[in-house]
Design a protein around this ligand. Sequence first.
Ligand SMILES: C[S@@+](CC[C@H](N)C(=O)[O-])C[C@H]1O[C@@H](n2cnc3c(N)ncnc32)[C@H](O)[C@@H]1O
Length: 221
Amino acid sequence: MDGGGQVSRGGSQVGQTLGTNNLKLLTDSAFEELKSFSVDGILPDLKDVAPGSLQDVLDTKNSLYYQWLCCLMRVLKPKQIVELGGAMGTSALCMLSQLPEDAKLYSATLEEHGLEFSYIKTNYPQLTKIIGDDSDMSIWPGDLDWSKTDLLFIDAEHTADAVRRELEMYIPLIGEGKLVLMDDIKMEELWPVWLEIDKPKIDLSVLHHSGFERFYHEARA
Ligand SMILES: C[S@@+](CC[C@H](N)C(=O)[O-])C[C@H]1O[C@@H](n2cnc3c(N)ncnc32)[C@H](O)[C@@H]1O
């Protein structure tokens, strides 16, 4: 994979647009990376994560997606990520563990009585923490260049209205050919939203099996 969220094969760039084939290539490459991935390497990044959340990262049967997310960073090499629903910061830490210093991660989450991003005690130069409601565009830094976003990770309010709104608001901002990850989309309320998406998409249910939760991703062609 080339840097900047572009998919390449054998060193030659396939293109900036993530069509079905490139999406599959990217997904397969992350799974391949996972085969040799050792979680030990990210434990220093997770040192301030609460035991229950750390257990989720270690649990490769029910929530393999945390480790897969690390591997996705290695193959996608994103320069800019926007996360909707950062919560205490577990998924952000998994991504940050793999990001070079010049990459950017903008993570937004609702105010939660001081718990927001509370697992992130280390100073990561890549991270911009935003505490606010993602329905309000004024929460984002004025200098955020949306077009540079390689990955949009949607994991905020799990209602159909909220996810539809996020897709409508944010996909036009990041533009075509970008990777979008969506968590928990197999919840009864969210499944129709997933079915509505008419772009290349891959069901990654195997990565997140906790009750009704699944993990998917979708890419704009
Ligand atoms: C499932 S958790 C995110 C988990 C996190 N991505 C992880 O894996 O570590 C969902 C979070 O989204 C936040 N959230 C819900 N609605 C939101 C909104 N409109 N804007 C920003 N964050 C929101 C909640 O406060 C909650 O912390």
